[in-house]
Ligand binder design. Structure first.
Ligand code: FES
Length: 113
Protein backbone atom coordinates (compact mmCIF):
# COMPACT_ATOMS: atom_id res chain seq x y z
CA UNK A 1 0.00 0.00 0.00
CA UNK A 2 2.80 2.40 0.91
CA UNK A 3 4.41 1.75 -2.47
CA UNK A 4 1.20 2.61 -4.30
CA UNK A 5 0.84 5.83 -2.30
CA UNK A 6 4.48 6.71 -2.98
CA UNK A 7 4.03 6.15 -6.72
CA UNK A 8 0.73 8.04 -6.95
CA UNK A 9 1.95 11.02 -4.93
CA UNK A 10 5.55 11.09 -6.15
CA UNK A 11 6.70 10.97 -2.52
CA UNK A 12 9.68 8.78 -1.56
CA UNK A 13 8.64 5.44 -0.05
CA UNK A 14 10.77 6.01 3.06
CA UNK A 15 8.91 9.27 3.73
CA UNK A 16 5.55 7.49 3.45
CA UNK A 17 6.77 4.76 5.80
CA UNK A 18 8.03 7.37 8.27
CA UNK A 19 4.61 9.01 8.41
CA UNK A 20 2.66 5.76 8.62
CA UNK A 21 4.85 4.36 11.38
CA UNK A 22 4.87 7.61 13.41
CA UNK A 23 1.15 8.27 13.74
CA UNK A 24 -0.88 5.71 15.68
CA UNK A 25 -3.95 6.45 13.55
CA UNK A 26 -2.32 4.73 10.57
CA UNK A 27 -1.87 0.97 10.33
CA UNK A 28 0.43 -1.17 8.23
CA UNK A 29 -1.94 -4.14 8.34
CA UNK A 30 -5.68 -4.21 7.71
CA UNK A 31 -7.84 -3.92 10.81
CA UNK A 32 -10.68 -6.27 11.63
CA UNK A 33 -14.34 -5.37 11.18
CA UNK A 34 -14.51 -4.78 14.94
CA UNK A 35 -11.62 -2.62 16.15
CA UNK A 36 -11.26 -2.74 19.93
CA UNK A 37 -8.92 -0.22 21.53
CA UNK A 38 -8.23 -0.34 25.25
CA UNK A 39 -6.68 2.76 26.76
CA UNK A 40 -3.55 2.00 28.76
CA UNK A 41 -2.93 5.62 29.71
CA UNK A 42 -2.11 6.29 33.34
CA UNK A 43 -5.63 7.03 34.60
CA UNK A 44 -7.11 4.02 32.85
CA UNK A 45 -4.29 1.71 33.82
CA UNK A 46 -4.56 2.66 37.49
CA UNK A 47 -8.29 1.93 37.32
CA UNK A 48 -7.88 -1.52 35.80
CA UNK A 49 -7.54 -1.31 32.02
CA UNK A 50 -4.77 -3.92 32.20
CA UNK A 51 -7.33 -6.42 33.47
CA UNK A 52 -9.74 -5.40 30.70
CA UNK A 53 -7.25 -6.01 27.91
CA UNK A 54 -6.19 -9.33 29.46
CA UNK A 55 -9.81 -10.53 29.59
CA UNK A 56 -10.48 -9.49 25.97
CA UNK A 57 -7.31 -11.29 24.93
CA UNK A 58 -8.52 -14.48 26.61
CA UNK A 59 -12.08 -14.19 25.32
CA UNK A 60 -11.27 -13.45 21.67
CA UNK A 61 -7.90 -15.23 21.43
CA UNK A 62 -6.13 -12.19 20.04
CA UNK A 63 -3.09 -10.34 21.36
CA UNK A 64 -2.85 -6.55 21.47
CA UNK A 65 -1.67 -5.24 18.11
CA UNK A 66 -3.11 -8.12 16.13
CA UNK A 67 -6.24 -9.32 14.38
CA UNK A 68 -8.06 -12.64 14.70
CA UNK A 69 -7.34 -15.07 11.82
CA UNK A 70 -10.90 -14.60 10.50
CA UNK A 71 -10.31 -10.85 10.23
CA UNK A 72 -13.21 -10.01 12.51
CA UNK A 73 -11.54 -8.53 15.62
CA UNK A 74 -8.53 -6.29 16.09
CA UNK A 75 -7.31 -5.57 19.60
CA UNK A 76 -5.11 -2.60 20.29
CA UNK A 77 -3.67 -0.90 23.35
CA UNK A 78 -3.82 2.87 23.02
CA UNK A 79 -2.43 5.88 24.80
CA UNK A 80 -4.75 8.34 26.53
CA UNK A 81 -7.75 9.19 24.37
CA UNK A 82 -8.71 12.20 26.46
CA UNK A 83 -11.57 10.62 28.38
CA UNK A 84 -9.76 10.10 31.68
CA UNK A 85 -12.86 11.06 33.66
CA UNK A 86 -14.45 7.85 32.37
CA UNK A 87 -11.46 5.64 33.18
CA UNK A 88 -11.00 2.86 32.42
CA UNK A 89 -12.06 3.39 28.82
CA UNK A 90 -12.21 1.32 25.68
CA UNK A 91 -13.52 2.05 22.22
CA UNK A 92 -15.08 -0.34 19.76
CA UNK A 93 -15.18 1.15 16.29
CA UNK A 94 -16.78 4.56 17.01
CA UNK A 95 -18.40 3.63 20.33
CA UNK A 96 -16.84 4.69 23.65
CA UNK A 97 -17.33 2.69 26.87
CA UNK A 98 -16.19 4.01 30.22
CA UNK A 99 -16.07 3.25 33.93
CA UNK A 100 -15.73 -0.41 33.03
CA UNK A 101 -15.05 -3.51 35.03
CA UNK A 102 -14.20 -6.90 33.59
CA UNK A 103 -17.78 -7.94 34.45
CA UNK A 104 -19.07 -5.44 31.85
CA UNK A 105 -17.08 -6.91 28.97
CA UNK A 106 -19.25 -9.92 28.10
CA UNK A 107 -22.32 -7.74 27.59
CA UNK A 108 -20.44 -5.18 25.54
CA UNK A 109 -18.62 -7.68 23.32
CA UNK A 110 -21.90 -9.55 22.76
CA UNK A 111 -23.16 -6.54 20.75
CA UNK A 112 -20.36 -7.06 18.21
CA UNK A 113 -20.56 -10.85 17.81
S1 FES B 1 -5.78 7.64 30.46
FE1 FES B 1 -7.38 6.60 29.42
S2 FES B 1 -8.57 8.20 28.62
FE2 FES B 1 -6.93 9.23 29.55
Amino acid sequence: MQKIIAEKTGTPLEEIFGIVSFYAQFALNPKGDVAIAVCLGTACYVKGSGDLIKKIEEKLGVEPGSTTPDGKYTLEATRCIGACGLAPVLTINNDVYGRLTTADLDGILEKYM
